[in-house]
Design a protein around this ligand. Structure first.
Ligand SMILES: [Zn+2]
Length: 318
């Protein structure tokens, strides 16, 4: 078969038996192979074709209703071995999003899972993992991540693809951005519904309620016996926290040791008061984390972790 000038490179197989239109361009691929990967496509291809069906060079022709670039990324993932970088390989965000979106929509479980394995490394469902993530963004493998646009894209995609276990950590991250970077609020308001925006605001309330600075400093009230600085630690800590008010409110979990902020806090207090502060901070973090999913209307961590385990093909832990 002659190679048309508007073919998609790497997606024109001369012995293919179905043509897929991607915008103005065309791919010639294998119907049976696509049907074997996707039950949705299998059903679609099994419908009897009407006489009036669109054809191209004598072959039946299909046009997906999805974004052209997404279709191209997804078809290449299905048809070209090694095209999709499995975790921990580095992958482009746009490719990852396209593969997750269309693998979910057309029920290609294998690549849906491969895509989620990348995102599972960014968005934790347990507190220790979340604190570790907040400290070590450099080890991530998605090109185009680390900005609020990426986070909001994942947020919307998590709802679209039925992966609510990504949402609590994501919402916390959006809270952090909106607290630190003023103009990020404009971006959130443009991308999220008022309903979702309200969830980000609710994190602020939960921080104040569960993990507030006053609860932290009050832990030193009862440490008069242990304190080696004649109880000046409480006022010194209080002064430091007042200076750090905005940073603490934006990312209280980021104060977990061994962060720079945590070290600053502990340098103001004697070793006994430091230990008390750290223990109290940990308790507050646990209470905050436990309450997080229900605060944003997502049920419990047990339920979310069960969905995550199913999505990633792991045994259920709880
Ligand atoms: Zn002390």
């Amino acid at each position: 078969m002659e190679l048309p000038s508007n073919h998609v490179p790497d997606l024109w197989f001369p012995d293919g038996n179905v043509v897929i239109r991607v915008g103005e361009r065309v791919c010639c691929v294998y119907k049976g192979f696509l049907a074997s990967q996707s039950p949705v496509l299998s059903d679609m291809f099994s419908f009897p074709q009407p006489q009036s069906v669109d054809t191209y060079m004598g072959l039946p022709t299909v046009t997906f209703p999805d974004a052209e670039k997404d279709v191209e990324y997804w078809l290449k993932t299905l048809l070209i071995p090694g095209y999709f970088q499995i975790y921990p390989g580095t992958i482009e965000a746009k490719k990852l999003f396209a593969v997750l979106r269309l693998s979910h929509k057309y029920d290609v479980q294998y690549f849906r899972r491969c895509a989620l394995q990348h995102l599972a490394r960014y968005y934790a469902t347990d507190l220790d993992e979340q604190c570790r993530l907040l400290r070590s963004k450099e080890e991530f493998n998605i090109e185009g991540s680390g900005n609020i646009r990426f986070e909001t894209d994942v947020y919307l995609l998590a709802f679209e693809t039925g992966t609510p276990w990504l949402i609590p950590s994501l919402t916390y991250t959006l809270h952090k951005y909106s607290s630190i970077i003023g103009h990020s609020i404009d971006h959130l308001a443009a991308c999220l519904s008022p309903f979702d925006l309200a969830k980000v605001w609710r994190i602020r309330g939960l921080v104040e309620k569960k993990i507030g600075m006053d609860s932290l400093v009050h832990a030193l009230d009862d440490n008069s016996v242990g304190c080696s600085k004649g109880m000046t630690c409480a006022s010194d800590t209080c002064r430091l926290l007042t200076n750090l008010y905005r940073a603490y409110g934006a990312d209280p979990l980021g104060f977990s040791p061994p962060s720079v902020l945590s070290s600053a806090l502990c340098s103001e207090a004697c070793s006994s008061c430091s230990a008390v502060l750290q223990e109290r901070h940990r308790e507050l973090c646990e209470a905050f984390w436990a309450a997080l999913p229900e605060q944003i209307g997502l049920g419990t961590w047990v339920e979310l972790r069960a969905i995550k385990a199913r999505d990633l093909g792991q045994p259920t832990e709880d």
